[in-house]
Design a protein around this ligand. Structure first.
Ligand SMILES: [Zn+2]
Length: 182
């Protein structure tokens, strides 16, 4: 079952395959351009009524961004991310608000809006998120390798979600224990 658990849109993008590498990928949640647009709405990257054009180019753009996440989190290929982000900023607009304020509207092109927002999200992740709280659902213990920000008070979240991996791992341990008792 697919769920949004990363706590940040850039991590939710990373979590669109299961398990995540280095596990052998069994499920691809962005198999085609239409699936990308559906996911982007579900993940809150674009609003429900916002125009977004599904296209092979848009999907390739987003998959390239997804492939950047692990290197970027390891401090690599930051210049590639910066160039993609600069292109997104180039296409954005400042919309005037009250008292001389302005808001930045990112993603003015329906063909590129999802990639533009996700490039900006990845920049936001490395600049502003508390990455000391970044966790990986433990592959070695039967988890899925998904990434998430642990926002629990005592810093103890271990699984992407208790409903999925946590419960599966628990019932598997229970079965193993029963088996070894026999
Ligand atoms: Zn998991």
């Amino acid at each position: 079952m697919f769920s949004i658990v990363g706590g940040h849109p850039a991590l939710d993008l990373a979590n669109t395959v299961a398990p995540r590498p280095p596990g052998a990928v069994e499920e691809e949640y962005l198999p085609d351009p239409e699936a990308l647009v559906r996911w982007a709405r579900l993940a809150g990257v674009i609003e429900a009524d916002e125009p977004a054009e599904p296209s092979a180019a848009a999907l390739a753009d987003v998959l390239a961004l997804r492939a950047l996440i692990d290197p970027v989190l390891a401090g690599q290929q930051l210049d590639v991310l910066l160039r993609r982000w600069a292109a997104a900023i180039e296409r954005s607009r400042l919309i005037p608000g009250p008292h001389g304020s302005a808001t930045l509207h990112l993603g003015t092109d329906p063909a590129l809006v999802i990639g533009d927002r996700l490039a900006n999200a990845l920049i936001d992740l490395v600049r502003n998120a508390d990455l000391s709280r970044l966790r990986t659902c433990p592959l070695a213990d039967g988890g899925c390798g998904w990434l998430f920000l642990d926002r629990s008070r005592n810093n103890s979240r271990r699984w992407c979600s208790m409903d999925d991996c946590g419960t599966h791992a628990k019932s598997r341990r229970l079965t193993e224990r029963r088996r070894s008792r026999r």
